[in-house]
Design a protein around this ligand. Structure first.
Ligand SMILES: [Zn+2]
Length: 224
């Protein structure tokens, strides 16, 4: 589905099936929680690959999923600190976790940016794994990925992002509530400050920035 079809589908209120694949519980909210809230007519499925065995973080993810109105899935991919375990070159550890869900087929599949937003190794690996799965047909859906960059002590949307989606004040407050009150990130933290008013994406289609502007206005119209 090309971006213009995406716009038409959203403006016509079609119930789209959307999959979000992220590394950690909280990534779904920080990078695109407002989009999920705004497009509440979509059927959202959100998979966090890490922390399924974390007795603190996993329940927070389920609470966040409830607040976002999404179907949640969580797995136990290594998120070791301070040193991440090495994954295989073909990222099998990620792909085998994503494959059963992704094979169902979705209109859109959202995931991390190529740069991992701020260079996080697992974020970058999830991007590559999901991208390769879509290219190989192992995952069915059109790729949309986050488009942020780190500036100072938080991340901001890339200026040339194809899709810049501005949240309504209510949507932003709801997103901040999840980041602060469910995940426990205080104002001033990297996570809280990165959960901004504008969400940024690259969509896998031959469309320019003009289309993203149209998409943005469509979203605003729907959300408003
Ligand atoms: Zn993360």
């Amino acid at each position: 589905m090309k971006v213009f079809q995406w716009i038409i589908a959203f403006t016509q209120g079609k119930f789209m099936q959307c999959l979000v694949v992220v590394a950690h519980p909280d990534d779904e909210t920080i990078w695109m929680g407002g989009t999920i809230l705004k497009l509440s007519d979509c059927r959202w499925h959100v998979m966090a690959l890490c922390r399924g065995d974390d007795t603190d973080r996993a329940p927070r993810f389920l609470r966040a999923a409830e607040a976002l109105g999404v179907q949640a899935y969580i797995s136990d991919l290594d998120d070791g600190s301070p040193k991440l375990a090495q994954l295989s070159d073909n990222l099998h550890e990620i792909k085998c976790r994503v494959a059963p869900l992704a094979a169902r087929g979705f209109d859109l599949i959202f995931t991390h940016g190529e740069n991992g937003e701020y260079g996080h190794t697992r974020h970058r690996q999830v991007h590559r794994a999901v991208r390769e799965m879509i290219e190989s047909g192992e995952a069915r859906g059109d790729l949309v990925y986050f488009d942020y960059r780190k500036v100072g002590s938080s991340c901001v949307p890339c200026r040339d992002a194809q899709v810049l989606l501005e949240l309504t004040p209510d949507e932003h407050v709801a997103k901040q509530h999840i980041v602060r009150d469910i995940y426990g990130f205080r104002p001033g933290s990297f996570e809280y400050e990165s959960a901004g008013l504008v969400e940024a994406f690259y969509a896998s289609a031959q469309a320019g920035f003009q289309l993203s502007t149209l998409l943005c206005s469509s979203f605003t119209h729907i959300g408003g």
